[in-house]
Design a protein. Structure first.
Length: 308
């Protein structure tokens, strides 16, 4: 995971996972991406045992550093936030070596590589709003002319970073397209704008292909298009609609098939916009609003897979 001293424990899903595992009596080891290394054909980690406490001032205690083969662990959670770059991909290769020796990796390293959080939605076109992925300005301009109001976003970001809303009369069309495509060097996703964003960008959590029956609707702050909590959105728990449930039934079997034990679907209005599998969040918000224990459900799924 990312540095634990920098998290907000009251809202951090990795912390919820640690708490749930500790409650089950599992021994916990903490490591960052930089702590993994490969020697010959085996992946090792410089790690520390960790104990966690559910408070906001002193939430973890680390043991002495030790170096262990990663395959000595029963399960490893990959909870490194994007950007999804080459270092991230290299990390999945290292994790895959431990997987080949019998360690459960959550989520499966190959699926972390294959299921880009933006592009993975294209496997479910029946669930999505019209979209385009291109690095050519003329393609993006044509899409804008066709739909009149669109969202542009990079393929490797998170937390609402570098997401733009564009309309036909926007005076910054050229510079926004140039910035996101790096002057034609980087692919960018365009989606037709969904006005129901005013009611929230719903985060729907999936555990081993099964849906949690409530979503966190992340409602944009006044004057904002983005609902992400990281940019000031307000989280409001809501029950799932019939359309939400239908979308989860389209996606769930594929997640299970790919070894994606924990995912977060983003749904605006009637449309699936992203499938988050790197480090999906919103566990703690949904737990507190609906009396759930999502992380423990995830631990039960992990325990079952480890036993298998």
């Amino acid at each position: 995971m990312d540095p634990i001293e920098s998290i907000k424990p009251y809202k951090d899903s990795s912390f919820a996972i640690l708490l749930a595992a500790q409650t089950r009596g599992w021994q916990l080891h903490y490591m960052q991406q930089k702590d993994l290394f490969l020697q010959d054909d085996r992946c090792y980690a410089r790690c520390r045992t960790i104990e966690v406490t559910d408070n906001t001032t002193d939430w973890f205690t680390l043991g002495e550093e030790q170096t262990i083969p990663l395959d000595q662990l029963s399960a490893v959670f990959m909870r490194k936030d994007p950007p999804f770059n080459m270092e991230y991909i290299y990390t999945t290769y290292l994790l895959e070596l431990a997987e080949q020796r019998g360690t459960l990796i959550v989520n499966k390293p190959r699926s972390l590589r294959d299921a880009n959080e933006k592009l993975f939605t294209t496997q479910f076109p029946q669930c999505c709003t019209p979209m385009l992925v291109s690095r050519h300005a003329q393609d993006l301009r044509k899409f804008l002319q066709q739909h009149g109001d669109i969202i542009l976003k990079p393929l490797d970001g998170m937390g609402g970073a570098s997401i733009f809303r564009l309309r036909k009369d926007d005076p910054n069309i050229s510079v926004i397209i140039e910035t996101l495509t790096n002057y034609g060097q980087s692919y960018t996703m365009a989606q037709r704008f969904i006005p129901e964003i005013k009611d929230g960008d719903k985060r729907i959590l999936m555990v081993d292909g099964e849906v949690i029956p409530y979503a966190l609707a992340r409602i944009p702050a006044k004057g904002e298009t983005r609902g992400n909590l990281a940019v000031g959105g307000r989280g409001e728990g809501v029950p799932l609609s019939e359309r939400d449930l239908w979308i989860t039934k389209q996606v769930g079997p594929r997640l299970r098939e790919m070894g994606i034990l924990f995912a977060g679907l983003d749904v605006i209005g009637d449309y699936l916009t992203e499938i988050n599998i790197t480090s999906p969040t919103c566990i703690r918000e949904l737990d507190s609003q609906f009396g759930l224990n999502i992380a423990d459900q995830l631990m039960a799924a992990v325990e079952q897979h480890v036993a298998q």
